[in-house]
Design a protein around this ligand. Structure first.
Ligand SMILES: C[S@@+](CC[C@H](N)C(=O)[O-])C[C@H]1O[C@@H](n2cnc3c(N)ncnc32)[C@H](O)[C@@H]1O
Length: 238
């Protein structure tokens, strides 16, 4: 399993500065997470390489593929994969303990339709995913970067949503959710201005949480405290 590297160089070896949506925290793995990586990485891990994946070969079948960006500890991703065996799932996360936790849960649930990358999702999408190959891209509770001066680190930006559109099939959906109202407004603004998408909300803003997105413990607690959660679903047009 490769480690996430954050430096990028151009052909002349010059360091390229990139704004990233994450800060790599020195992840301390629990014993269980380390064991889960050792046991399950060979079957479920995808080593990053800048060459487009052959999804039929990776999953051993033809099926619609869902890619989730930043799955955290992976509990809801594993739940979704178990509940939809007819779909292929690819999870991408930079936080190593999250990879361990996800693989541990996936092993326990014996899912066979899930693969994971330990890498920057932007690079994975740019280089390892073929254009027009995804049925759905999920971005649930991305780091909100609350402070105004950090807003440039928010992953949802015009260039990023254009990249997602290229990777989706026609009719494929980009599904986002956030519990931070200002980020929801930012997502809506960026997505409404982006060419080639249609908002699935009849009112032109947010949609109810679809059944396939599990309600996380954290979210259920938020509901009880009266906090909001906003789901946005945009379909790729031809
Ligand atoms: C606030 S957490 C939310 C996790 C999870 N989706 C949830 O709902 O609990 C955001 C996650 O996105 C990951 N992340 C941020 N930028 C990323 C990127 N460019 N590629 C992969 N993972 C990323 C972070 O490491 C973190 O685990």
């Amino acid at each position: 399993m490769s480690e996430v590297t954050t430096a990028e160089f151009n052909e002349e070896g010059k360091y390229l500065r990139k704004i990233r949506s994450f800060v790599l925290r020195e992840g301390r793995l629990t014993k269980g997470q380390a064991q889960a990586i050792e046991s399950h990485w060979p079957a479920m891990g995808l080593d990053y390489s800048p060459v487009a994946l052959d999804l039929t070969q990776v999953f051993g079948r033809e099926a619609n593929t869902v890619l989730e960006i930043g799955f955290g500890m992976g509990a809801s991703l594993v739940q979704m994969a178990a509940a939809a065996p007819e779909l292929n799932f690819i999870g991408v996360e930079v936080h190593k303990p999250g990879i361990g936790a996800c693989l541990g849960d996936a092993g326990a649930a014996a899912v066979t339709n899930l693969r994971v990358y330990h890498h920057d999702a932007v690079e994975v999408l740019e280089h390892a995913i073929a254009d027009g190959s995804l049925a759905r891209v999920q971005l649930f509770f991305p780091d909100p970067w609350h402070k105004k001066r950090h807003h440039k680190r928010r992953i949802v930006q015009p260039e990023f949503v254009d990249l997602i559109r290229r990777k989706l099939k026609v009719g494929g959906v980009f599904h986002m959710a956030t519990d931070w109202e200002n980020y929801a407004e930012h997502m809506l603004e960026v997505m409404s201005a982006a060419p080639g998408y249609r908002n699935k909300s009849a009112e032109g803003n947010y949609v109810p949480r679809p059944d396939y997105r599990p309600l996380t413990k954290f979210e259920a607690r938020g509901h009880r405290l009266g906090h909001g959660v906003w789901d946005l679903m945009f379909e790729k047009q031809d």
